[in-house]
Ligand binder design. Structure first.
Ligand code: GAR
Length: 201
């Protein structure tokens, strides 16, 4: 099976659904969950799933290049075939992204190319968008750019706050990311657009 390293910074809910999907006939298995934050809740979740974990605290390095060099060194120990960024909140330099281009995926909580970067849900609400959603894409040197492998959409409701919209989108992240990773690990890079969700909260 292909080996997948999952990079996180936070609670790891996407990491968990990816890991839970990688059993049986899935073409990949998780080999490592790596966090830049030693206190990330996702590390305990990964350990509970029996997945090896590592923390490489970016704050202990003098600069981004030194941090990324440590990341690459740790990753090389497990020699993953694929890196899945799952709520990994450090910007990666072109040196890192080039090394993994074509083998690294990210999930972003917007309908890319809209709202790259942070505060995606507040920006969608402020823009008066009727729909929001999430995207899984291949990681390239440009932030939140790269070929889109799949999207899922939700309605933006009149009383939405960034938090209520984020919760609605996160449910779709948990459907989309495992489906895309499964296809990607099996060599299918064609785009997967989940049917729009209607009649929800
Ligand atoms: C997810 O909503 C993910 O799309 C987002 O962080 C959250 C992580 O949640 N990622 C980004 O904003 C990347 N810039 P999780 O730790 O529970 O998976």
């Amino acid at each position: 099976a292909k080996k997948v390293a999952i990079l996180i910074s936070g609670g790891g809910s996407n990491m968990e659904v990816l890991a839970r999907d990688m059993t049986g006939d899935h073409p990949a298995r998780p080999c490592l969950v790596l966090s830049n934050d030693p206190d990330a809740g996702g590390l305990a979740r990964a350990a509970a799933l029996g997945i090896p974990t590592a923390a490489i605290d970016h704050r202990t390095f003098p600069d981004r290049a030194a941090f990324e060099s440590a990341l690459l060194t740790r990753l090389a120990e497990d020699a993953p075939d694929i890196i899945a960024l799952a709520g990994f909140m450090r910007i990666l330099t072109p040196g890192f992204t080039r090394a993994w281009q074509g083998r690294m995926l990210n999930i972003h909580p917007s309908l890319l190319p809209l709202y790259k970067g942070l505060h995606t849900h507040a920006r969608a609400i402020d823009a008066g968008d009727a729909q929001a959603g999430c995207s899984v894409h291949e990681v390239t040197a440009e932030l939140d750019d790269g070929p889109i492998l799949g999207q899922a959409r939700v309605p933006v409701l009149p009383d939405d706050t960034p938090d209520t919209l984020a919760a609605r989108v996160l449910i779709q992240e948990h459907r989309l990311y495992p489906a895309v990773l499964r296809r990607f690990a099996g060599g299918d890079r064609t785009r997967l657009d989940l049917p729009p969700v209607v009649n929800i909260n």
